[in-house]
Write a protein that binds this ligand. Structure first.
Ligand SMILES: CC(C)(COP(=O)(O)OP(=O)(O)OC[C@H]1O[C@@H](n2cnc3c(N)ncnc32)[C@H](O)[C@@H]1OP(=O)(O)O)[C@@H](O)C(=O)NCCC(=O)NCCS
Length: 266
C-alpha cells in the first residue's frame, strides 16, 4: 500500500506560533520586538508621545504574567495584542490593553487570529477571562468584539482615559465599554466554532443606535458629535444599570444598533 501523502495545508501551528497565509502569530520576545510593537502603536493611534504606551510597559506585561503577542509578515511585525495580568472575583484574568493591526492589513482576519492566540495562551495558563475596553462609537470594534469573538459588555466607563491626543479619539471624552471575554462560555465556544454569537433574540431586548452620520460629525461638527456621545452614554448607563448586557450589534434604521438583553449576574 502506498504511504498516504500528508494533506496540503497552508497552516501550521505549534508552540513556536501559528502560521497561515504568510502571517505568523506568536509571542513577542525582547526589546527589539517590543519596540516594533510601539512602532505599530504609533502608526495606528498616531498619539503624541505623552499618550504612547512605552517599551518598558511591554516588558512588564511579558514578565508579570501578561502577554505580548505579535502578527508577523515576512519577519516584520504588522500587528500585536498586549495584556497585563489582573485579579478579578478572586481569580486571575488578563486586561488586554491594546490590540492593533496596521491598516493595510485590516479585514483579513489577523485581529481575530491575534485574539484567538491570546485566548489559547490564557487557557493554557488556567486563565478563563480576558477584558478590554473599547469605544462604543466605533461600531467596527463592537462587531469584532461581540460577533467575531463572543464577548459581552456590562460596564460603561465615562471618559476612562481622559481626553487624549489620538486622532482616532477625535478630541471626545474617552468613554469606553468594558468587553468581557469569558473564554469557555457557551457563547464564546459557539462563536469560535463559526456559529452566531446569539442564537435568537427571544428575551426582552433593548437597542441603542449609533447614527451613521457620527463619523463625519466627529470631523465637521465636534460639538454635535459630543452631544450624540452624551445621549448614547445616558442610554448605556440606563440599560446597564438595569442589569442588561450588550451582546450584539446589528444594522438599524439610521445606523448600527447595539442589542442589549437582561443578564443574570455572575
Ligand atoms: C480592531 C482591529 C485590531 C481589527 O483588526 P483586523 O485585522 O481588521 O480584524 P479582523 O479582520 O479579524 O476582523 C474585523 C472584522 O470587522 C469587519 N469590519 C470591517 N469594517 C467594518 C465596519 N465598518 N463595520 C462593521 N464591521 C466591519 C470585517 O469585515 C471583519 O469581519 P469579518 O471577519 O466578518 O469579515 C483593527 O481594526 C485596528 O487595529 N483598529 C485600530 C485600533 C483599535 O481600535 N483597536 C481596538 C481597541 S484597543
Amino acid at each position: 500500500m502506498k504511504p498516504r501523502r500528508p494533506k496540503k495545508s497552508n497552516r501550521t501551528s505549534n508552540s513556536a506560533g501559528e502560521l497561515r497565509d504568510g502571517i505568523l502569530i506568536r509571542l513577542c520576545h525582547g526589546i527589539e520586538e517590543f519596540e516594533a510593537c510601539v512602532q505599530v502603536e504609533r502608526n495606528v493611534w498616531q498619539s503624541a508621545d505623552v499618550d504612547v504606551v512605552p517599551i518598558p510597559l511591554f516588558v512588564v506585561a511579558a514578565e508579570t504574567g501578561g502577554q505580548v503577542i505579535g502578527a508577523f509578515h515576512e519577519n516584520e511585525l504588522i500587528g500585536f495584542t498586549m495584556a497585563i495580568a489582573g485579579w478579578r472575583n478572586r481569580k486571575p484574568f488578563l486586561h488586554s490593553h491594546m490590540t492593533a493591526v496596521l491598516a493595510a492589513y485590516w479585514d483579513r482576519g489577523i485581529g481575530r487570529r491575534l485574539k484567538r492566540f491570546q485566548r489559547e495562551d490564557a487557557l493554557s495558563r488556567g486563565i478563563q477571562r480576558i477584558e478590554w475596553t473599547f469605544d462604543p462609537l466605533i461600531t467596527k470594534n463592537a462587531y469584532f468584539n461581540f460577533m467575531r469573538l463572543g464577548a459581552i459588555a456590562r460596564r460603561y466607563l465615562p471618559n476612562a482615559y481622559g481626553i487624549t491626543t489620538s486622532p482616532l479619539h477625535a478630541g471626545l471624552p474617552t468613554d469606553r465599554l468594558v468587553a468581557e471575554w469569558h473564554l469557555r462560555s457557551p457563547r464564546v465556544l459557539r462563536v469560535i466554532a463559526g456559529k452566531r454569537a446569539t442564537p435568537a433574540f427571544q428575551k426582552k431586548t433593548a437597542r441603542i443606535t449609533i447614527p451613521s452620520s457620527l463619523e463625519e460629525l466627529k470631523g465637521s461638527d465636534p460639538g454635535a458629535a459630543a452631544r450624540i456621545q452624551s445621549k448614547i452614554r445616558a442610554e448605556f448607563q440606563h440599560w446597564l444599570g438595569k442589569g442588561y448586557a450588550a451582546t450584539a450589534v446589528a444594522p438599524g434604521k439610521s445606523g448600527v444598533d447595539y442589542i442589549l438583553e437582561p443578564w443574570k449576574a455572575s
